[in-house]
Design a protein around this ligand. Sequence first.
Ligand SMILES: Nc1ncnc2c1ncn2[C@@H]1O[C@H](COP(=O)(O)OP(=O)(O)OP(=O)(O)O)[C@@H](O)[C@H]1O
Length: 469
Amino acid sequence: MISLPGLNLTSAPPELLSDPQSTLTRTQDLSANTEYRFEVAFTRSLTIRLLSGTAEFFGTELAPSSAYTFQGTKGAIYTWHGCRLEIVGEAESEYTAEETQMMSYANAHFALESLREKSLHTGDIGPRVLVVGTENAGKTSVVKILTSYAVKFGRQPVIVNLDPRQGMLSVPGSFSAAAFSSIVDIEDGWGSSPISGPSPVPVKMPLVYHYGLANPEEGKLFRPLVTRMALAVTSRLEEDRASRQAGFIIDTPGAISQGKAGVYENIEHIISEFSVNVLFVLGSERLYSDLTRKYSNRIPEESVSVIRLDKSGGCVHRDETYMKQFRQAQIRAYFFGQAGDNALGPNSQMVDFDDLSIFKIIEASSEHNSSFRPGGGGDDDDAYSSGIEIYEKVTPSSMIQNSLLAITTASVNDGQEVIRDSSVRGYIYVADVDDLKKKVKLLSPQPGHTPPNAMVLGSFPEDIPGLVG
Ligand SMILES: Nc1ncnc2c1ncn2[C@@H]1O[C@H](COP(=O)(O)OP(=O)(O)OP(=O)(O)O)[C@@H](O)[C@H]1O
């Protein structure tokens, strides 16, 4: 079957979809300022090679003649000056788009560049950027584009991910921050999905906090962790001159842009904790207007430039089935490396029940969730620090099989808030539990013994049966 632009192959016969070996090859010419948009299923792969001209994937340039393989991906190859691509494999959907938002995203980048130049003279932190917008408005894509362009300009911005739905250089359910000084890995799948490509890029060591819940606005954890992350990022910027000048860009979950009666508590919390001074609003007119009203007329030291960016027509809705596969692929990649890179084998070890100190996040019922409190919750930071129960200690049992545990830097005797505010050393996977022998088989991407630190168990991401074997 020939894959034509715009032809959706999901309706193809099942035997065709299950054929993993499809090698349909074609060339695609793109004229200047257009993009080739595609969706590839997790069971399929699509390989793209740049034959001539220049092209980029969310801002990262494709190396000429190198093969990039995409799986479980929705994305676009954009060209500023025109190019020819060779495409092998089948896409669920593919078409070329003449109308894109790349020019406005590039302008946003140049606006940030002029702020970076300014900070070179003042010594202040460069642009402190927050990206908001409803779900699937293209926030992560814009953050990736801005990061790639900044890096291309020799900058070293810190990127902060506060969206638990997808991990950045870590598993879903985590918040992370990392300084990007080399190209955004086309292959690490940050924000999209596992992709393999030719360019080995230096490993980025992110700072990670464990969130562990599906609801991105849960009262007890979201805001304290934002506060914690803001502290960590700003103190890192104090020490690191290059990153200080480049500033930071924060990606957020769509949920915080829903608001309640025009009030966006979590956005306001992030803005105040990180002293955000540039706010990009993707898509929503309403959100833009509410936030402009809120942040206009402020004293100069606290001023926030609210800038609206149009949503790209390429943004696609991702249903829960896709997101679940996406999460599992991210977790698999965390333990085993990217698709096609089998060099990474996780380390497995047996430990006694007694060697594990597991703290399970207590899920707030809706009455306890600050977002539902009368008056909208207001500034309830006090509630976080008044000895409220965040975790319950659990004894290992088959209940924890197939789950992920966050190994924190906290000791088992630390208070609950200390555990919450501790960064994560890494994640381990509970591959097997033997209730009789009281032993657990753990999988870790890092060699060596699992440290005797406090471990946190959340409900998100969900269990992943069959990660091994
Ligand atoms: N120009 C484009 N062409 C094709 N696909 C695109 C384009 N821009 C974004 N997408 C895809 O659309 C989906 C949604 O985009 P993205 O993840 O950037 O949105 P988001 O606002 O960050 O979503 P969320 O609210 O879930 O965090 C992603 O799968 C992304 O790869």
